[in-house]
Design a protein around this ligand. Structure first.
Ligand code: NAD
Length: 260
């Protein structure tokens, strides 16, 4: 059964075939959505364009989400291409590597601003720019992580940013609810991607993940893609303002069982 037939989906954040945004794109494609992609900048063109071609997607737009003019330009082009948008995916985050090691209290003012601007405000900026072309029943979603609610070593400013992002989800869900537009987040378990590689100690943390998570498996971008289909489809029509954990249950563990 295809759950997204006839729906127009715009996905921000594909960097390569390991990106969570790509897992979501593939799942949406399998479920029949019409897809548009947006990516950060020139250096990614040679990776993103062939990926888009592999699913027959012709709407591929560059956009630095720190620039409102660029976001507005993508919204304008999306209007011309699709008319209205049913699904908007924000899978974008950035912090300088220097901020993702050592202690949180050592975060620089500049590093804090940059992480918040790219990883949090951009979701609000996207919602504002796309609001005029969102169809009633539309679904907006972003990607968060457990470091929003618990202190995770080295995740630092990104954890603070994710906490702000989760609050953004609740405020926007309240704003957009009367237009029958839903806003949710997926809190994904650790997945080896470009962004994750920037977090000091990520590899070690990732290698122990499946020993601790109740389902005893690592999460994949495809698992996140399936959950995104649920949030994008009518199956979740009464769910908004939520953080959906797709983490093999990792977040519910208080004390991990001793690994033998
Ligand atoms: P990724 O590196 O593939 O994706 C991050 C994306 O952000 C890239 O496409 C990058 O180009 C984009 N980006 C950065 N700065 C940008 C800018 N100024 N303008 C436009 N785009 C910009 O890594 P990912 O792990 O797939 O990350 C996607 C989302 O998932 C992020 O929000 C990340 O925090 C979140 N997440 C990741 C994990 C994990 O373990 N990988 C877990 C939970 C949540």
């Amino acid at each position: 059964m295809k759950l997204l037939e006839g729906k127009n989906a715009l996905i921000f954040g594909v960097a390569n075939d390991r990106s969570i945004a790509w897992g979501i794109t593939e799942a949406f494609h399998q479920h029949g959505a019409n897809i548009g992609l947006s990516y950060a900048g020139e250096v990614l063109t040679k990776r993103v364009v062939p990926l888009a071609e592999s699913i027959g997607c012709t709407f591929v737009e560059m956009c630095d989400v720190t620039d409102d003019t660029q976001i507005a330009a993508v919204a304008e082009k999306a209007k011309a291409e699709f008319g209205e948008i049913d699904i908007l995916v924000h899978a974008v985050a950035f912090a300088n590597r220097d901020e993702l090691k050592g202690h949180y209290y050592e975060t620089s003012r500049e590093g804090f601003h940059m992480a918040m601007d790219i990883s949090v405000y951009s979701f609000t900026a996207m919602a504002r720019a796309f609001q005029p072309i969102l169809r009633p029943g539309a679904s907006l979603m972003t990607m968060t992580y457990y470091g929003a609610v618990k202190a995770v070593p080295h995740y630092n400013v990104m954890g603070v940013a994710k906490a702000a992002l989760e609050a953004t989800v609740r405020y926007m869900a309240n704003d957009f609810g009367p237009q029958h537009i839903r806003v949710n987040a997926i809190s994904a378990g650790a997945i080896r991607t470009l962004a994750a590689a920037g977090v000091s100690g990520f590899k070690t943390m990732h290698s122990h993940y499946a020993e601790i998570a109740p389902l005893r498996e690592n999460v994949t971008k495809d698992d996140v893609g399936q959950a995104a289909v649920f949030l994008a489809s009518e199956m979740s029509r009464m769910t908004t303002g939520e953080v959906l954990y797709v983490d093999a249950g990792y977040n519910i563990v208080g004390v991990p069982e001793t690994v033998e």
